[in-house]
Design a protein around this ligand. Structure first.
Ligand SMILES: Cc1cc2nc3c(=O)[nH]c(=O)nc-3n(C[C@H](O)[C@H](O)[C@H](O)COP(=O)(O)OP(=O)(O)OC[C@H]3O[C@@H](n4cnc5c(N)ncnc54)[C@H](O)[C@@H]3O)c2cc1C
Length: 335
């Protein structure tokens, strides 16, 4: 375990916010986590890659999860179950799986962050969410210090949601995740962007490697690279509204896009709402929304967390006044 004092967190969050931690622990084993249990019980901030947080102030104690490792748990001719250390970089695991022709997570290539954080917000992209592969999540119960395993059904996965954002919030340190991948993968290319990217390359019968490459190409083109422009991906969730509310909006805004979201509900792209509210590419001091993807709030260099939070609140107010839709933040605000 590595322990440091008075550390800048700029390199530990993709927004590039220069907050400070009085103490920072980097844990590499389950024993390390158990050793600092009192620190976790006192409310230390647990971080993986820092790609889904906004640090709005300095932090007393931060614990960085660096528990690595990959172990095959079970396999037959069709599937393989692998336990990944929670500190493994998500994209590296996707790349490794694709290299071995284990299918299931290739559509989620290039999502920043760690394996351990993936089930927390049930990461997803291009028509696939991690819940489709999760067998279980292993964690240390911060209250008791016990090692526990939660199966997928008990994780209560939803759209960018799970039990780890509610009942188990601040109560667990995730140490590993078991994923079941397919040895006879069926590719998922129903998402329009992926389909078009493959067609552009003349690929009619894509492999998981083709899908992986297409997703990497699309994402590299569309999303700002946090190493060049600080950001945390989509700042808000796409809101789900009732059909009645949607129909009222169609009357006023006939071009409003939507997706079905189950019986009686529609999902509306938050990016469209933000653009209509006049925020696309808008810069306010050191922060703003991205020029081509207004759902992504960016740090133009020296923004602090409070400035970004102020812009996010302003966007929420204008969108609410215009559409009577309350945008929910996808990024975790660290106060
Ligand atoms: C450019 C960009 C693109 C993105 N695209 C997508 C996308 O397409 N789809 C998507 O779903 N997300 C996307 N994201 C969001 C982000 O990548 C995911 O949410 C990712 O899973 C966060 O992982 P992390 O390790 O960085 O988590 P962190 O930001 O470090 O932590 C996130 C939360 O989880 C908690 N946490 C982290 N690790 C642990 C642990 N081991 N135990 C307990 N709690 C823990 C933290 O306390 C915090 O509350 C994007 C982000 C960026 C910057």
């Amino acid at each position: 375990m590595i322990v440091e004092q008075d550390v800048s967190l700029k390199a530990y969050n993709t927004f590039g916010i220069d907050a400070t931690a009085k103490k920072l622990y980097r844990v590499q084993t389950i024993e390390d986590v158990q050793e600092i249990l009192p620190v976790l019980q006192n409310g230390a901030l647990v971080l993986g890659g820092g790609s889904n947080v906004l640090l709005s102030s300095d932090v007393d104690v931060v614990v960085i999860n660096e528990i690595t490792g990959k172990h095959i748990i079970a396999q037959d001719e069709r599937n393989i179950t692998i336990e990944f250390g929670a500190g493994e970089v998500w994209h590296n695991c996707v790349e490794w799986a694709v290299l071995h022709n284990y299918g299931g997570i290739e559509n989620m290539a290039l999502i920043p962050g760690t394996i351990g954080a993936a089930p927390i917000q049930n990461i997803g992209a291009y028509g696939v969410e991690v819940e489709s592969c999760v067998v279980s999540v292993l964690y240390i119960d911060i209250t008791s210090g016990e090692v526990k395993e939660l199966d997928a059904a008990s994780c209560k996965f939803g759209y960018r949601d799970s039990i780890f954002k509610h009942e188990l919030k601040h109560r667990v340190f995730i140490t590993s995740v078991k994923l079941k991948l397919s040895k006879q993968p069926i590719v998922s290319t129903t998402y329009k962007d992926v389909e078009q990217e493959l067609l552009k390359s003349g690929i009619i019968h894509p492999t998981i490697h083709d899908v992986f490459t297409a997703v990497v190409q699309i994402r590299s083109r569309k999303l700002p690279n946090p190493k060049q422009l600080g950001n945390a991906g989509s700042f808000f969730k796409n809101p789900v509204i009732s059909i009645e509310h949607f129909e009222e909006l169609v009357g006023k805004y006939p071009a409003i896009p939507s997706y079905n979201a189950g019986d009686g509900f529609k999902k509306v792209p938050a990016a469209w709402l933000i653009e209509q509210a006049g925020f696309k590419g808008k810069q306010v001091g050191n922060t703003g929304t991205h020029v081509t993807q207004p759902l992504v709030l960016v740090n133009y260099g020296n923004a602090n967390g409070r400035e970004i939070l102020a812009l996010a609140s302003e966007i929420q107010s204008v969108v609410y006044r215009t559409f009577a839709i309350q945008l929910e933040m996808e990024v975790n605000i660290i106060q």
